[in-house]
Design a protein around this ligand. Structure first.
Ligand SMILES: C[S@@+](CC[C@H](N)C(=O)[O-])C[C@H]1O[C@@H](n2cnc3c(N)ncnc32)[C@H](O)[C@@H]1O
Length: 264
């Protein structure tokens, strides 16, 4: 993997690119007037990270393909609704309240984490877990610098604690009843076509099936509930012991819940 910067980087951007190259075992390259495509061809490497002053982009295969970068996507619409006092199905079904501690076991682009972070507010906490190093790095950088235009939303992004970790191991390290909600949104076996936000993430993501042991650990550490997002027709809910929630029939996704109810 090659890691480079914009054509005229600031010192800070250059330092960030060097440190990302080290973190991801990539090779730092100065631009020296070369286009991104020239850099990729010269290095005969099909993975390229470009560090800009306000964004990190990941290209694979070709620089004409849509890169992966952090953006809140539909989460921005959802959090604006929450801030207007309207409801969000995930927040409502999980019984999430201000002050709650949430573990999002499948960070991805941290869209659901952002919704949880707004819902729990500054008194609560959201820890978001991502096993894949490039996704973790791109999303971490985005959460720390993205400017949405709404200070409450930016603050909620900055409060998300993104960890590079496999969720089964992370959950196993936590004490019993130590958080309120544990959430899983694993990769769907078949992509939902209109879900373009997730498109560039697919090639990098961990496609492993959610395991029984991860769900058991989640039930052990959660005081309120464990939630699972899946495609409406998925049999994962039954396989893993979740009760299907009632959600809009027009939606291609739905949620399942294991109510734990040890919250006092
Ligand atoms: C469908 S995406 C999640 C999308 C996310 N809910 C959002 O709102 O942006 C699933 C993510 O979970 C990650 N993942 C899958 N299995 C994991 C595991 N065992 N531990 C940590 N992360 C995992 C994948 O790499 C992928 O980025």
């Amino acid at each position: 993997m090659i890691v480079t910067t914009a054509a005229k980087p600031t010192e800070q951007t250059m330092a960030k690119a060097k440190s990302l190259a080290e973190e991801l075992s990539g090779q730092f390259q100065l631009r020296r007037g070369r286009t991104l495509s020239q850099l990729m061809t010269a290095g005969s490497d099909d993975q390229l990270i470009v560090v800009l002053d306000n964004e990190v982009r990941y290209y694979t295969g070709s620089t004409s393909e849509q890169p992966l970068y952090y953006h809140p996507s539909m989460a921005f619409v959802r959090v604006k609704r929450l801030l207007r006092g309207e409801h969000d199905p995930l927040i409502e079904l999980s019984g999430c309240m201000p002050g709650d501690r949430v573990i999002d076991c499948t960070a991805g682009l941290a869209a659901d984490s952002l919704v949880f972070s707004v819902a729990v507010g500054p008194e609560g906490s959201v820890t978001s877990l991502e096993s894949e190093p490039v996704l973790h790095a791109v999303v971490r950088e985005g959460l720390s610098s993205y400017k949405s235009g709404l200070p409450e939303v930016d603050e909620a992004m900055r409060r998300i604690k993104l960890e590079r970790s496999n969720h089964t191991e992370y959950l196993a390290s936590l004490p019993d009843d130590s958080v309120d909600i544990v959430y899983f949104d694993p990769m769907f076996e078949e992509a939902i076509e209109e879900s373009s936000a997730i498109g560039p993430l697919r090639s990098l993501a961990n496609h492993g099936r959610l395991s029984d042991s991860a769900v058991q650990e989640a039930v052990r550490v959660a005081r309120k509930c464990v939630m699972l997002k899946e495609q409406r027709g998925s049999t994962e809910f039954e396989r893993l012991g979740f009760t299907r929630c009632k959600t809009k029939k027009t939606s291609k996704i739905t949620y399942g819940v294991i109510a734990v109810d040890r919250a006092t």
